[in-house]
Ligand binder design. Structure first.
Ligand SMILES: *[C@@H]1O[C@H](CO)[C@@H](O)[C@H](O)[C@H]1NC(C)=O
Length: 396
């Protein structure tokens, strides 16, 4: 077929399968391919559907094999040591109060680096489709350089008590917020909350008061929580691993040890993004200690062929798979909305998973580069359509 087939790009809602013309053939794929040569709209639709089914089966098999195949209910606790040099087990288990500070020297260094930044012109009309629009970046940086109130921000960050303690050779940072108005005879439930990327303990600043002091926020005081928000090693103020291979289960074990050190035999866990994996691992390595788990990024691990089928046929028969019009709009065309989106938006992940130190050289040297790298995610991850806004939707 040399001529482009307009039918292939058309948007179909219903389909008849197999095509009536194809009834006499016994191999539907064969039929559809030969029928397509006649440029029959119905058959090209059928062909598209068949290709989608085959594609979905392949993707499904790979997903099943590599992502869902190894899921275990519980995981061994294991052990590790991530400090520099030889393993030493003489860790001081002291919990030291910690305050976040910035010195004049640090701020001057930051301002110097900001002032030295070189910007490249964005491609004409590109908005955020090729990454952060550098013209807009200059606006953000000007605010950061001239208006951002460091003193006020530090006071805000330090409103909760922060601490550091050595675990598995690393200095682990966490904040620990306790209820101020706990009624007599009541006990607060310990809750560890784990952040993700690009994030930090700061993700939880707005929800902490609702958890520690529900009544003052118009909520039922049935539950009071005392909240522990650690920084994942290498994030925020936690020391980064000096050894290779520190993974989410290792981080879960480090946080398990943190909760033990704080005296919590039983506790609740909450996490999103990396935090959802770390907290899930926490529940897997210490099932009798974790009383409850709440995650706001869910990996669906029960794999059923019907899920796969819904990815292909959902757009043609939404009702059959319990999909609403909104679901269909969000998911289809599946190639563009799910796979295309995943490919377009996951380059950072491959880079960070394979050559993090190379990317780190640039990002650590250039605060403006780091700002662009991270803020870009706040644009597209809020709404993929924000790529088409001149400010990446960041000023909404
Ligand atoms: C980049 O952002 C600026 C400021 O928000 C905007 O005026 C400009 O049109 C954008 N440039 C491109 C190429 O999208």
């Amino acid at each position: 077929m040399n001529r482009p087939n307009p039918a292939l790009s058309a948007n179909f809602v219903h389909s008849q399968w197999p095509h009536p013309d194809c009834k006499s053939h016994n191999a539907p794929l064969q039929c559809c391919l030969s029928a397509c040569r006649e440029e029959s709209i119905e058959c090209s639709k059928t062909g598209k559907m068949l290709l989608e089914i085959i594609g979905a089966l392949v993707v499904g098999f790979l997903l099943y094999h590599f992502v869902f195949g190894k899921k275990d209910d519980t995981l061994p606790m294991g052990d590790g040591w991530w400090g520099p040099g030889q393993r030493r087990d003489d860790d001081n288990e002291e919990i030291r109060p910690f305050k976040i500070e910035t010195s004049e020297e640090e701020l001057n260094d930051l301002f110097n680096r900001i002032d030295q930044t070189r910007y490249t012109e964005p491609l004409e009309g590109s908005r955020f489709n090729y990454g952060f629009n550098s013209t807009h970046l200059q606006k953000v940086v000007s605010y950061w350089r001239n208006k951002f109130d460091w003193k006020k921000q530090l006071e805000y960050i330090n409103q909760y008590p922060h601490f550091k303690t050595k675990i598995e050779g690393l200095d682990i940072h966490f904040l620990h917020a306790k209820p101020k108005n706990l009624p007599a005879g009541r006990r607060a439930k310990p809750l560890i909350m784990v952040h993700g990327w690009p994030g930090s303990f700061y993700e939880f600043y707005k929800i902490i008061p609702l958890l520690t002091d529900p009544a003052s926020h118009g909520l039922s005081d049935e539950n009071f929580f005392e909240v522990i928000c650690p920084s994942i090693p290498g994030y925020g103020f936690s020391e980064a691993s000096h050894k290779q291979g520190c993974n989410s289960v290792d981080v879960a074990r480090i946080f398990y040890k943190l909760m033990q050190r704080l005296g919590f035999q039983e506790f609740y866990a909450q996490g999103g993004d990396w935090g959802s994996l770390v907290c899930t691992n926490l529940a897997q390595i210490a099932p009798s200690n974790v009383k409850g788990l709440h995650i706001n990024m869910v990996f669906v691990s029960s794999f059923k062929p019907v899920i796969l089928l819904s990815l292909v046929l959902g757009q043609y028969f939404p009702g059959l798979f319990g999909m609403s019009d909104v679901d269909v709009k969000r998911m289809f065309p599946i190639g563009k909305k799910m796979f295309g989106h995943a490919v377009k938006e996951s380059g950072y992940m491959h880079l960070q998973a394979t050559k993090p130190d190379t990317a780190g050289c640039g990002l650590n040297n250039s605060p403006v580069g780091l700002a662009a790298y991270i803020l870009e995610k706040f644009s597209t991850w809020t709404d993929p359509d924000f790529r088409d806004h001149e400010d990446g939707g960041l000023e909404r």
